[in-house]
Design a protein around this ligand. Structure first.
Ligand SMILES: Nc1nc2c(ncn2[C@@H]2O[C@H](COP(=O)(O)OP(=O)(O)O)[C@@H](O)[C@H]2O)c(=O)[nH]1
Ligand SMILES: [Mg+2]
Length: 393
């Protein structure tokens, strides 16, 4: 038994007999011997390839003890292959790190030790990125493949993460070359319920690792051209990636929370509008001056809208952080009032005032929208999460 941690390089294959001997020899003789701190295992997950890929691997197993093979009963998609292979690698080989790797030399073997170094340095999830400095797509790619990689990747990234910090941090969400720490991450990852068994798994694994709090590190990836054999990317892959990205985002707990927060805000706005009309009418008997009357009427209506916002956010959006009636709730409600006045009244008023001063009165509504969308909404969201309903430690 070695005391070194174990890294398992997982290669799913379907009809890859062509370059498999060369890959095994390369990793076993050139790459793995240079890696001193890790116990290296090469693990093929073959989709019962009719071209005899598995037989080729079996032949080499006599020569290399750390070469392992799992054969699926049938081809079920690359995602399904990885799910089975990861579980197997943890259970049978005690994997501490699993690496997703292509059979066709598109992923440079020399990057494997670089990834493991990053794991040693404390990162949990290393992504080979084609989009950062030093990374690239192959020169020989046609327009279509390049378009899908560039635009598709950016769209996926936007749908999944915009505008959170991961949108800026994760430059290549569909990359297939990754190293994942097992303890606390892959072993906690819910892998049985995936939206897809095909290439979209990349986004699902990425999303789940991030939700688990993985520290992400990107390294540059010079994606090569396929050695031999055919790409298994199918025409529907782009559509599938898109579908998975949307499903992940819509089912994301923070997104769901934000939608509730937004609906309550809109409802509060309606209360404000109806309240303004109502109080203006009531006050018309006591206050004859229209200006002061509407000022007071709106102040009263706004308070009702603030109470509604506070109550429904407390009961619904932030039900997990819900405050029951008491001193703490009253204090937070007072803070909520102050922040609502600043973010919902003072700041947008300033934007409207300044904007129309410079650009003209015809832009009044535009500046209202800008003020609410760019200041009120993000500021409220921030204050609600970080102050009002801040989780108790
Ligand atoms: N076991 C298994 N492997 C697959 C399946 N689909 C693709 N692969 C393998 O996954 C790796 C990546 O696929 P590839 O066609 O190279 O994708 P590309 O590099 O993005 O064009 C290759 O080693 C394929 O043989 C599948 O359904 N089952
Ligand atoms: Mg490939």
């Amino acid at each position: 038994m070695s005391l070194k941690p174990t890294a398992v390089v997982v290669i799913p294959t379907y009809n890859e007999a062509g370059q498999t001997p060369r890959m095994i020899e390369y990793l076993m003789t050139k790459t793995f011997p240079k890696i001193k701190n890790w116990n290296m295992i090469l693990f093929y997950a073959d989709g019962n390839s009719p071209d005899g890929t598995a037989d080729v691997i079996r032949k080499y197993q006599k020569k290399y003890k750390s070469l392992k093979l799992m054969v699926e009963t049938k081809k079920e998609g690359i995602g399904a292959a990885y799910v089975k292979a990861f579980k197997y690698a943890i259970k049978e080989f005690g994997a501490d790190v699993v690496i997703e790797f292509d059979s066709d030399f598109q992923h440079p073997p020399k990057d494997i030790p670089i990834m493991l170094k990053e794991i040693e340095n404390g990162a949990d999830y290393i992504l080979g990125s084609r989009k950062i400095k030093g990374g690239s797509n192959p020169k020989g790619w046609g327009f279509k493949r390049l378009f899908f990689s560039e635009v598709g990747g950016f769209v996926a990234r936007t749908i999944m993460f915009f505008p959170t910090k991961n949108f800026f941090k994760i430059t290549d969400p569909t990359t297939g070359f990754k190293a994942s720490r097992v303890k606390g991450f892959v072993d906690k990852m819910e892998m049985d319920k995936l939206y897809t068994r095909s290439f979209g798994y990349k986004l699902e694994f990425l999303y789940k690792m991030i939700r688990l709090g993985a520290k992400v590190k990107e390294i540059p990836l010079k994606f090569g051209l396929r050695d031999t054999g055919e790409s298994k990317i199918e025409p529907q892959t782009a559509k599938e990636i898109f579908r998975v990205a949307i499903l992940l985002r819509l089912n994301d707990p923070t997104t769901k929370k934000f939608i509730k927060f937004g609906s309550i805000g809109l409802f509060g706005f309606i209360i404000n509008k109806l309240g303004l009309d109502f109080f203006a009418k009531q006050l018309s008997k006591v206050i004859t001056e229209v200006g002061p009357r509407n000022t007071l009427a709106n102040a009263m209506a706004a308070e009702f809208s603030i109470i509604s916002n506070f109550t429904f956010n407390n009961l619904w959006t932030f039900k997990n952080e819900k405050m029951s009636f008491g001193k703490r709730l009253l204090k937070r409600f007072a803070a909520f009032n102050v922040s609502s006045i600043v973010s919902g009244i003072a700041l947008p008023s300033l934007v409207i005032g300044t904007g129309t001063h410079y650009f003209g009165d015809q832009y009044r509504t535009l500046f209202l929208i800008i003020g609410v969308a760019c200041i009120t909404v993000p500021l409220n969201w921030f204050v609600y999460n970080k102050v009002i309903w801040k989780k108790a430690k």
